[in-house]
Design a protein around this ligand. Structure first.
Ligand SMILES: [Zn+2]
Ligand SMILES: [Zn+2]
Length: 171
């Protein structure tokens, strides 16, 4: 199940809509290999005609062609999904722009591959973040060590981020 959120800056009109979580469509088969007739493998409930059956969903979920192509290459070389994947919130810790990106893991010969995403504005590596879904005031923490991020609006430089509506279920 996935949740949607609307965030906005308390001081200006900066806002972003986010989709977080793993939807019911995201079976490992559908995400990494494409459509399968075997219901044990492909429990994705996505209507068949809503996706390109030739292509794994990875290509539409990953908002970075290089990352998707590289992951697809790893899969063809035998890398296996760990089953950990979801839409996530990423932030640039230089300009604090927020991004909605797809997190996933593949087990390779060399270890675990996770995607790296880069800020479109300042080309810095984005950090995956988390927040309390139930709090109106959004406090971003690092997904890795849970430290509180000192978020400042990329547009006005002020420090407040709030959920501007109730969260909604998207899948
Ligand atoms: Zn602002
Ligand atoms: Zn940035």
């Amino acid at each position: 199940m996935g949740y949607g959120f609307n965030f906005e800056c308390i001081s200006c009109d900066y806002k972003i809509r986010l989709f977080i979580g793993a939807g019911m469509r995201y079976s490992p088969q559908a995400v990494y290999y494409g459509f399968s007739d075997d219901p044990d493998k492909d429990w994705s409930v996505a209507p068949r005609d809503s996706r390109n059956l030739e292509m794994p969903m990875l290509f539409s979920l990953v908002d970075d062609e290089k990352v998707a192509d590289f992951a697809w290459k790893l899969i063809r070389q035998g890398a296996e999904p760990t089953g950990w994947h979801w839409l996530s919130l990423y932030v640039c810790s230089t300009c604090w722009r927020l991004y909605n990106r797809f997190f996933f893991q593949l087990t390779t010969d060399g270890g675990i591959f996770e995607p790296e995403y880069w800020c479109e504005h300042c080309a810095r590596l984005l950090e995956q973040t988390d927040f309390d879904f139930n709090a109106r005031e959004v406090q971003l923490v690092s997904m890795y060590d849970r430290h509180l991020l000192d978020w400042h609006c990329p547009q006005c430089g002020e420090g407040g981020l709030v959920q501007s509506s109730d969260r909604f279920v998207w899948n």
